[in-house]
Design a protein around this ligand. Structure first.
Ligand SMILES: Nc1ncnc2c1ncn2[C@@H]1O[C@H](COP(=O)(O)OP(=O)(O)OP(=O)(O)O)[C@@H](O)[C@H]1O
Ligand SMILES: [Mg+2]
Length: 263
């Protein structure tokens, strides 16, 4: 299997003419778990959407490479096939497609004709992963995210992660709205994926999640770029002291992506 290596270099992203990501750099390799923290409106979800190829986000310069392949040249489905996975901050509901149908076609779309997963194998895998995540079996036949509670949607995103087995996953606020038990279950799912072939980028506001999933690196985003990186201890300090000390240290007055900033 090819290595799992996401490399983002000097990425600049605009939305509706507004410059959001500014010379953004990050490298995530198989075996590593990175956490991105940062105040609201600093570009974290924009980063996730840009990597996955959301059409609204315009890449004005810079590059994204996945195992040496140019991600920016790929269509959205090709990005998934290259091993990229995104759990969105606000997962969409899709009526008319069941969870099981969606997952089966997602798995098969990454495979050659004749190499499709057998129905038996698929069902067995799905049953076992749903068991791990404490998801009721009835969810496999429910329409994708339709009527799912906030916590159920997040759990379902992790089910997709375990079923699709991507090389690099980006989890945007996978912990928001989770009760304590669900937080543990979701963490268990991510930890189960840990291997040399899997790299993960966790966007979160809370150290809480990182108590269960120990990150190798923690980055702080402000003004559309990473302004500080450290180890797990950085998240602990942020939890205790907030972001003001970083702003003071770096002379940042307003951490948000600011339209008035120099282009
Ligand atoms: N589709 C969009 N249309 C207009 N503005 C957008 C859009 N997406 C992002 N922005 C703007 O870009 C900036 C960064 O937003 P983004 O969602 O990336 O922040 P975030 O760091 O994920 O914040 P949060 O922690 O609140 O989720 C914000 O000012 C936001 O309003
Ligand atoms: Mg966000």
């Amino acid at each position: 299997m090819a290595a799992s290596h996401l490399k983002i270099e000097n990425l600049n992203v605009s939305i509706e003419g507004k410059h959001i990501l500014r010379d953004f750099n990050l490298e995530v390799k198989g075996g590593e778990i990175h956490a991105i923290m940062g105040p609201n409106g600093t570009g974290k979800s924009t980063l996730a959407s840009a990597i996955m190829g959301h059409p609204k986000y315009e890449i004005t310069s810079g590059s994204i490479f996945m195992d040496g392949e140019d991600v920016l040249e790929m269509e959205v489905d090709e990005r998934a096939q290259a091993g990229l996975f995104l759990a969105m901050q606000y997962p969409s509901e899709i009526s008319g497609i069941t969870n099981a149908d969606f997952l089966r076609s997602a798995i098969n779309s990454g495979r050659e004709e004749g190499e499709e997963i057998s129905l038996m194998k698929f069902i067995r895998k799905m049953d076992s992963k749903m068991d791990t995540l404490d998801i009721d079996q009835s969810f496999s036949q429910r329409y994708l995210n339709e009527g799912f509670s906030g916590g159920e949607k997040k759990r379902n995103e992790i089910l997709q992660l375990l079923m699709l087995e991507p090389k690099i996953a980006i989890l945007d606020e996978i912990d928001s709205g989770l009760d304590i038990d669900a937080l543990k279950v979701v963490s268990k799912g991510v930890n189960e994926m840990r291997s040399e072939d899997f790299g993960c980028l966790i966007i979160t506001h809370y150290q809480r999640l990182l108590n269960y999933i120990t990150p190798d690196k923690v980055h702080v985003m402000m003004q559309g770029r990473i302004v500080k990186s450290g180890g797990a201890e950085l998240a602990e300090r942020l939890e205790a002291e907030g972001y003001d000390w970083i702003k003071t240290e770096l002379g940042i007055e307003d951490e948000r992506v600011n339209v008035n900033q120099e282009a």
